[in-house]
Design a protein around this ligand. Structure first.
Ligand SMILES: Cc1cc2nc3c(=O)[nH]c(=O)nc-3n(C[C@H](O)[C@H](O)[C@H](O)COP(=O)(O)OP(=O)(O)OC[C@H]3O[C@@H](n4cnc5c(N)ncnc54)[C@H](O)[C@@H]3O)c2cc1C
Length: 454
């Protein structure tokens, strides 16, 4: 039997993006249905590194994690060279979350604002008609029936699966396909160690083309003896299996002797620029479904929240105005790009560049502090490499052993600057998107020619 219900917004996916969006729209008095395939009690569970910077909470007006949501308080990240002898310490406060407790808090904030939750329920497909998504066909796991939910705005927050987005007509801007080379295939375990962790307030990122080609492996302490340890490897043909690499190069280390496994799991993170538009007609994609994770390190909790916040602002205005269209929802793109997307595109080029460097070159960058600790912080928070590199060229003496690397970095810095500026000139009007995209492709083309990336 199929029955039908109507809402201002329907959200598919109760991860951080879907939960935060639902709450923000519902608290303005609009009706929101949230469809999540997990049962209520498991909402929030996610295979993740669980690290988030403190900065997002203030920016988004979201209460900072506290109590059982926090498993570790972070003071910074140690980035370790492939030789494991040299490192850079990047300062920055944050949290090692208990993901489930954090998700449950976001869920309760959403439910208390009136969001109607269809948990244990599976979104099967979008219902398309009259140039828009009129509704979503779901299997309501609580009653065992298929049901159509009709919505003025439809939001895909289903993570990397993009369960609605991937079933839309190919000429809709949001249905852009994900290239497997632009993902990180990740595996992580949570373990209790038999020894105390040194510097438990610092996350560790190990750069190693041997262990984690095209990515890195991490050691994120959750207090004094518990750790989230894993690795992410670039997707695509010819890359090794992360579980095998983990067993061979990470778990064999002394520190894991007699440790106890608490949880193991894998996942995929998009590591590229965001979708060219998060919006089409009355449809919006947010979070991993819109490729919002940071291309450099795959962190996507904070940027998923930013995309949800941007989409909620646009949705509230459009629902208040009573006109739902690409044009009225367009500010989702503008807000997201200004707050994260422009930097994300710039870091996408840096990510592709780093993926081509050898162990020797990565070690040299860290050993010689070609990019210093403060500069690394600056790059990861703004996407600006330019000033850093220009200063280095003036005092190039110390890099004479590898002048070609410095020249490559100079070219990279200029392209990162170019792509970021291009994002800052993102069109005001949707009709100008095609022209903007053409220029974006030219900048990527220039990058690929200069660095032999295909
Ligand atoms: C191994 C790993 C380590 C990571 N480490 C970090 C880190 O340390 N810090 C960080 O910031 N980010 C990290 N990330 C990335 C981060 O976890 C994601 O970017 C973020 O959780 C995305 O949130 P989301 O809400 O967009 O998607 P998700 O959290 O994936 O939520 C999507 C939801 O949609 C639901 N869903 C899917 N299909 C359907 C359907 N058909 N019907 C109904 N519901 C459906 C799912 O059950 C899920 O609850 C990591 C990711 C991985 C895989």
């Amino acid at each position: 039997m199929i029955s039908s219900e109507k809402f201002d917004a329907i959200v598919v996916g109760g991860g951080v993006a879907g939960l935060f969006y639902s709450r923000l729209v519902a608290e303005k008095g609009f009706s929101v249905a949230l469809v999540e395939m997990k049962p209520l009690k498991k909402i929030g569970e996610k295979v993740c590194g669980d690290a988030i910077s403190r900065e997002y909470f203030k920016k988004l007006g979201l209460k900072e994690p506290s109590g059982d949501e926090v498993e570790g308080v972070v003071k910074g990240i140690r980035v370790i060279a492939p030789d494991e002898k040299h490192s850079l310490l990047v300062k920055g406060e944050g949290f090692e979350l208990n993901r489930k407790a954090f998700g449950q808090r976001l869920l309760h904030e959403a439910l208390s604002r009136g969001v109607l939750l269809y948990d244990n329920s599976y979104a099967k497909r979008p219902i398309i008609g009259n140039g828009k998504v009129e509704g979503v066909l779901i299997h309501d796991g609580r009653t065992g029936v298929n049901r159509v939910l009709e919505g003025k705005i439809i939001v895909d927050a289903s993570g990397i699966a993009g369960v609605l987005r991937n079933k839309l007509p190919s000429n809709w801007w949001v249905s852009e396909k994900l290239d497997y080379k632009d993902v990180s295939v990740a595996y992580r375990e949570i373990r209790v160690l038999s020894t105390k962790i040194e510097e438990p307030e610092y996350l560790r990122i190990y750069l190693s083309p041997l262990i984690a080609p095209g990515g890195y492996w991490w050691f994120f302490p959750k207090g004094k003896s518990k750790v989230n340890v894993g690795l992410g490897i670039q997707g695509g043909m010819g890359y090794p299996n992360p579980v095998e690499q983990f067993g061979k190069y990470i778990l064999t280390r002394d520190i894991f002797k007699n440790s106890k496994l608490i949880h193991a799991g894998g996942g995929i993170v998009p590591t590229r620029r965001p979708l060219k538009s998060l919006v089409y007609s009355n449809f919006i994609a947010i979070g991993d479904a819109a490729f919002t994770a940071n291309p450099l390190h795959g962190g996507g909790i904070g940027s998923s929240l930013i995309s949800a916040w941007a989409a909620a602002k646009a949705s509230i205005d459009a629902l208040s105005e009573g006109v739902i269209s690409t044009k009225t929802l367009w500010k989702t793109n503008k807000i997201y790009i200004m707050n994260y997307g422009a930097k994300q595109a710039s870091l996408d080029l840096l990510r592709m560049f780093l993926q081509k460097l050898s162990e020797e070159e990565l070690t040299l960058i860290i050993k010689k502090k070609i990019v210093s600790e403060d500069e690394l912080l600056e790059i990861s928070s703004t996407g600006d490499l330019r000033a850093t590199i220009m200063n280095k060229i003036i005092s190039a003496i110390k890099f004479l052993s590898k002048p070609s690397l410095l020249l490559k970095l100079k070219t990279l810095a200029s392209l990162m600057d170019k792509v970021k500026k291009h994002y800052y000139s993102y069109p005001e009007d949707p009709k100008d998107l095609a022209k903007w995209e053409l220029r974006l492709k030219e900048i990527y083309g220039e990058f690929k020619i200069k660095f032999g990336y295909c």
